[in-house]
Write a protein that binds this ligand. Structure first.
Ligand SMILES: CC(C)(COP(=O)(O)OP(=O)(O)OC[C@H]1O[C@@H](n2cnc3c(N)ncnc32)[C@H](O)[C@@H]1OP(=O)(O)O)[C@@H](O)C(=O)NCCC(=O)NCCS
Length: 162
């Protein structure tokens, strides 16, 4: 078996792509990137938008996209500052947390996600739903509901006709 020199890993196209996406993802979180432009940065990193022109993303929003995961965002969505969306989660074994699994996050149309909320699992947030500020979302959120708290629970329902 032949061993490839370590610099082959560092100077591969895959490595440069990873560094580029990492920089882009982290630059897009900064205050000097206007919210109108931010979705286009994120699109380049692999986040899926139905209509990037109609999405607001505040500062310091973390999209934890790692290999084999997708975050999809519908139209007319507001993701306010400090929201974190985490696509990977630990698997607990008798040897401790030695592995993790991944999954996708889906945000449907007209969703509002309040400041500093955490989406800690691969889940989906239904159409017209509101996530109150500071919520910790651990389960799918039904369409037309307002969820709040840690863990986020339904606090009220919105009456919208489809
Ligand atoms: C969700 C929100 C819009 C309030 O919605 P609402 O329908 O008016 O809800 P209410 O204020 O009537 O509250 C309903 C219940 O949810 C609770 N609740 C509301 N917001 C909450 C929150 N962020 N965390 C925990 N519980 C919350 C209320 O205490 C109330 O509980 P109760 O029925 O036991 O009294 C508001 O709380 C919120 O989070 N706003 C987002 C602010 C924000 O992020 N702004 C960013 C601007 S860029």
């Amino acid at each position: 078996m032949t061993h490839k020199p370590i610099w082959n890993t560092f100077f591969s196209i895959r490595f440069f792509k990873k560094v580029f996406y990492f920089l882009l993802l982290h630059t897009s979180r900064q205050f000097f990137i206007p919210p109108k432009i931010r979705p286009f940065f994120l699109k380049l990193c692999g986040i899926k938008f139905k209509d990037a022109k109609n999405v607001f993303i505040g500062t310091d929003v973390l999209f934890d996209i790692i290999e084999n995961t997708t975050i999809s965002i519908g139209q007319n969505v507001l993701i306010t500052s400090g929201v974190k969306m985490i696509c990977h989660y630990p698997i607990f074994t008798k040897n401790g947390v030695s592995e993790y699994d991944v999954g996708n996050i889906t945000i449907e149309d007209n969703v509002f996600i309040g400041m500093n909320s955490l989406i800690v699992k691969p889940i989906s947030i239904g159409k017209n739903a509101v996530v109150a500020a500071g919520s910790v979302v651990t389960k799918n959120v039904q369409a037309n509901t307002i969820v709040a708290g840690n863990p986020a629970k339904v606090v009220s329902r919105l009456n919208f006709e489809d």
